[in-house]
Each structure stands twice: as C-alpha cells, then as structure tokens.
Design a protein around this ligand. Structure first.
Ligand code: KIV
Length: 262
C-alpha cells in the first residue's frame, strides 16, 4: 500500500475521517506502528526526553533528528511521516530554515516537517511551503518555549491561539497540532480553519489525535500529563520478561535443548 500523501492527509478533514498519529523514533517501533494502520507517524523532538533522557526537548540536535528519522523512514510503508524541526533550526532566518528542513526531506524518507509556532513563524512556514516542503504547525503549548511559558501549562489565550492557527493556515501549513488547550477552544479553532487540527491534550473535537508512543505503551516513567491514556503496560511486561530471563540464566533453565545445536 502506498504511503498516505500530504493532500490525502489534509483531505481527511473534509471527509470527516478522524486522524490517528503517534510518534516513533526507530525502525522496530515504526514498523509496528505503521502495521497498525494509523494515518501519521511523527518523529517528534520528544525523542530528546523519552529516548535520550533529557529533561526537555531543547537538547536534541538536527543531526540526531535526521539519524532517527532515517530509521523511521526505512520502516514506514503506509503512514505519512512527519519530522520535528528541533530548536533552533527554524529560528535562524528563512534561508537556514529551508536548508535545515531540506536536509530532513533529503536525508530521511519523510514527507513533511513540523515546527512550533503560529503568527511569529508565518513567514518561515510560507517560505518552506514555497520551497515545496510541507509544514505541520504546532500551536498551544510549545515545549521548545518552555522557559518563556514558565512550565508545561494549559494555554488559554483564545485570541492568541486562534490568530496562531489562522496565521499557520494562511501561510500554507497542511495541518496544525494543538497541544494542551481547553476542549472548547480547540473546537472553535477546528471549526474556524479548513486544515486538520491534531490534538494532544485538546479534547475530542479535533480532527485527529497524537500521542507520544512511549506514553501510550506505558514505557515512560514518572508522572504523566493528564491528557495521556496508556493503552498497554510495557514497563511491567519488559521488567517481568527480563527478570525471568535473568532467573533462567542463573538457574540454568535457559538455554534449554531446543535453543541449542547438536
Ligand atoms: O515531539 C513530539 O512528540 C510532539 C508531539 C507531542 C505533538 O511534538
């Protein structure tokens, strides 16, 4: 089955088809996620936290994003693949933004980039789109601006968020992530624009949803944001499996005859 294209992805809104997106950062998980039949895979800069162990999304580099996007790109056959532009790869002028986003599209088998911002990134979004680089915008809670926002908090400024979403659409974005905003506001934005809204902590009225894979699978440690639902408990399963392996190595039960050669 060929990959979902950017126009097809955008068209899901008019077709009233809800969009399921999830992050992936490597070949093995991207394969599994793609086989499950979701519409979009995001190589998110959340990798900085869930894979690299940093306490924010700021440290991950462009080279590291591309390295992981290549793994995901090799695995995915069906879903649209979007790669996050890490901080500050799109803040250095439109020329550098095109250069950096161009590297992502050239070096990884992906179809689009995502960047955080609305009104203040409209010029950059328009420049990327003119260069043939599809852009997913990201408004509401913008984790790359954590120090300016003062924490991972629900964003409630209706006028500002509506303006961000409309500016991103007008600049040519093909979809917008809405992170951590009240459900009613997410609905107003979703009704006001013609491109899909992909919510994370933005309620059920968005055109689609995205979650961090490690949160969804129950791998992430520590307190989880309220908007996360864990659909599996892999932390327990992995610990149980590795503990059993350890015990069988110690007791001599593993490897058994069937795992050996005569
Ligand atoms: O980096 C990421 O995983 C994201 C999603 C949470 C939307 O930006």
């Amino acid at each position: 089955m060929p990959r979902i294209t950017v126009p097809e992805f955008t068209g899901f809104k008019a077709a009233h088809r809800k969009i399921a997106m999830v992050t992936a950062y490597d070949f093995a998980f991207a394969r599994l996620v793609d086989a499950a039949g979701i519409e979009g895979i995001l190589v998110g800069d959340s990798m900085s936290m869930v894979v690299q162990g940093h306490d924010s999304t700021l440290p991950v580099t462009l080279d590291e994003m591309i390295y992981h996007a290549e793994m995901v790109g090799r695995a995915v056959e069906h879903a649209l693949v979007v790669v996050d532009m890490p901080f500050p790869s799109f803040h250095l002028g439109t020329h550098r933004a095109i250069e950096n986003a161009g590297r992502i599209l050239k070096e990884a088998r992906c179809q689009a980039v995502k960047l955080e911002g609305g009104v203040e990134q409209a010029e950059t979004i328009a420049a990327l789109v003119r260069a043939g680089i599809p852009v997913m915008a990201h408004c509401g809670l913008r984790p790359q601006s954590i120090h300016t926002l003062g924490g991972y908090k629900v964003q409630r400024d209706e006028a500002e968020l509506m303006a961000d979403a409309q500016a991103a659409e007008a600049a040519g974005a093909f979809a917008i992530v809405l992170e951590c905003i009240p459900r009613g506001l997410a609905k107003k934005i979703t009704d006001a624009i013609s491109i899909p809204t992909i919510g994370i902590g933005a309620g059920a009225d968005c055109d689609g949803q995205v979650l961090v894979l490690h949160d969804l699978l129950g791998i992430t440690s520590g307190t989880m944001p309220r908007f996360v639902k864990t659909f599996a408990d892999l932390k327990t399963d992995v610990t149980r499996a590795v503990t059993q392996y350890r015990d069988e190595v110690r007791s001599g039960a593993f490897p058994a005859k069937e795992q050996g050669y005569e």
